[in-house]
Write a protein that binds this ligand. Sequence first.
Ligand SMILES: Cc1cc2nc3c(=O)[nH]c(=O)nc-3n(C[C@H](O)[C@H](O)[C@H](O)COP(=O)(O)OP(=O)(O)OC[C@H]3O[C@@H](n4cnc5c(N)ncnc54)[C@H](O)[C@@H]3O)c2cc1C
Length: 813
Amino acid sequence: MKSHAKVVVIGGGVVGCSVLFHLARHGWTDVVLLERDELTSGSTWHAAGGMHTINGDPNVAKLQKYTISLYKEIEELSGQATGVHLTGGVLLAATEARLDWLRGVVAKGRYLGIDLEEISANEAAELMPLIDPKQFVGAVRNKEDGHLDPSGVTHAYAKAARKLGAEVERFTKVEDIVRRPDGMWRVITNKGEVVAEHVVNAGGLWAREVGRMVGLELPVLAMEHMYLITEDMPEVAAWNAKTGTEIIHAVDFDGELYLRQERGGMLMGTYEKANKVWSEFQTPWDFGHELLEPDIDRIAPSLEVGFRHFPAFERTGIKQIINGPFTFAPDGNPLVGPVRGLPGFWVACGVMAGFSQGGGVGLALSNWMIEGDPGADIWAMDVARYGDWATIAYTNAKVRENYSRRFSIRFPNEELPAGRQLKTTPIYDLLSARRAQWGVSYGLEVPLWYAPEGVKDEFSWRRSSDFSQVANEVATVRESVGLAEISNFAKYKVTGEGAANWLDRIFACKLPKPGRMTLAPMLKDDGKLIGDFTLANLGAPNSNGDEWFIAGSGIAEQYHMRWFEAHLPADRSVRLEALGQKLTGLAIAGPKARDVLAKVSRADVSNAAFPFMAVAKMDIGTAPCLVGRVSYTGDLGYEIWVAPEYQRAAFQALMVAGAEFGIGLFGTRALNALRLEKNYGSWAREYRPIYGPLEAGLDRFVAYGKDADFIGKTGALAERKQGGKLRLRTFILDADDADVIGDEPIWYDGAVRGWVTSGGYAHHSKKSVAIGYVPKEIADKSDGFEIELLGKRHTARVQAAPLFDANFERMRA
Ligand SMILES: Cc1cc2nc3c(=O)[nH]c(=O)nc-3n(C[C@H](O)[C@H](O)[C@H](O)COP(=O)(O)OP(=O)(O)OC[C@H]3O[C@@H](n4cnc5c(N)ncnc54)[C@H](O)[C@@H]3O)c2cc1C
């Protein structure tokens, strides 16, 4: 075994081997994979080998499509058969709600280049003869489904990597990982030590244990999973003889089953409700090529549905039941990327569909390691989407929930119950008493809306039980004054004599003067967006600006801290702190907002003394606060930042003072409705790392000409010169009883040309709004667009100026 390597990949399952292959293909050949046993000795060897392109997140779906397209290449390169059977498949709907969901999947497929087609239940039964069509209301045909040989694929990756110069060391167990003072990693094994610049944790079933070697508690957990293989079926033999083809795949969402042909019989797997965690706290190191005890009682309810939906199963004996463990992250998507605070330590774990996702994970990670960027929008699988709030118990609750809901519909207004009330703010009970309906964001409870007595969310793809109340909340803001809790923002404090210079480099905007705020786009090296923030200069007048406050997307706190910390100067002249819930937030907005603020504060909050984008420390009632004159509602408004111990006092003071002005509470759903009519975008929806500031309409905040050589300047200038490819546009939709939620295709002139990033109903303007990207060539057309919603194309018109307060008079008044 070599003593030094550029990269050590830990784990020879399908994921580790894919990472090794991709690193070598990308030109890094001084790479070695260490496997404690034979290759495939974790989850990989007993997988059912199914592969498919669809995924709830379109960007992960793209990587799944890439994975499937890769098998031919690795087979040719390695000479190792992968056993790929691209049979195609059907996705079955037993209810109308499921069919609505599937229509959304077909629509997404149009701009992802995934060939999906809605068909009837009878047509599905013609393609897959074991179906009882009476049990279904419709289906979708997917040509890119299939199955493969899990061991063949893993060895093909490894052999192809070896041919390109990579090394594989089997029976080499990593026992510890130690960081040297010079930043290199000592990877200590039972056969000696390798010193490496980079370490990749692809430990699969042991990813937690490998993480713990560097003090990292990864939110992954293994679940038992069963599938059965039947005796030979005459129906299968008859179909094979008649058509000369295999029986195609089927996913029966409502039965929570997946099926495919296995030799002369069928394979049927299920995600049972009564699921079972495996090795909750620690995976035994002596677990190898073993299977777990099957428990047919646990899957009996699913099998009963299966027998009804696919009657031939009832007449056939079961030859074998496989029960094996594999790992999940709390939301079921992989954990990929560099780990904050551990330079050179990377993860590629929690991959629950290794044969659909392994290739994409390897590609993204190798791009990231070599080019400094994953090369695609992989937010849905970025390890940074979790913070330290994703504890072992939280992970356990969410993984179990996710497993049992693997094939369940999640409606756009549906909040899931597991792992809740983990983080609450001091006014949680006060808002609950006012009937706040809670959602969750980055582990924190956030008020979505305030339900009248006896009303609660009815889950639906269409406008639902909250519609009229959200309209009331919007009206309160637009007509008098509303109060919202905004503690879910990420908040950062930056101090030190180097702060101003650092901020000037990290943000693309011009730095605000003391007492002022600005919108601050943050760019990557290639000039694309990596964040959008509000930056406030809290320094004393005439100071160089050495106290700064930043507010940004709450879900991206870890993601942005990883970026900030990686770019901090080594001389310790900048101190940076993510404040998390050490600072909570309240917002007041509406034409009466200033009247309320004036009543609770001794500060002069007149327009002259405290204009739009001003920021100052002031007391609200008895509570010391930081107040910024800005509002995501697009109205006259203030964001109020307050330490948690004072939040109740500030809240009560505002509510008491606001009573005479008709103050009312509003939640994030009303906030969404309000920001839509101002064309305001947000991080992870309109603003993502695949868009440039010009494309996203944030170029007006980029100080292209400032002296500071800010990160991404060259790329941003090039985008401005060449014009980028896309434009973000707001559309008004002729919708009837449903609004877009995001990821719907935008048609122009009979073809799909763009996609929706978010939308909803703008109650004040009484319009259904969609925001999305289209190619710049058609971005200035006002007509000819359609947006596909629940299987129907609706006329959409570009709304260039904001629907509300197009001249920005209200927020500046
Ligand atoms: C019953 C069942 C059916 C499934 N069916 C499908 C399917 O149809 N389609 C699909 O896509 N997925 C399926 N899966 C999931 C699939 O198996 C996993 O997604 C995949 O195997 C994950 O691969 P991995 O490389 O991340 O982990 P693993 O396969 O667990 O590999 C990790 C490797 O790391 C090694 N390792 C760990 N720690 C160390 C160390 N300290 N030193 C050296 N080596 C170490 C282990 O020995 C192991 O070989 C199924 C899983 C099960 C259990």
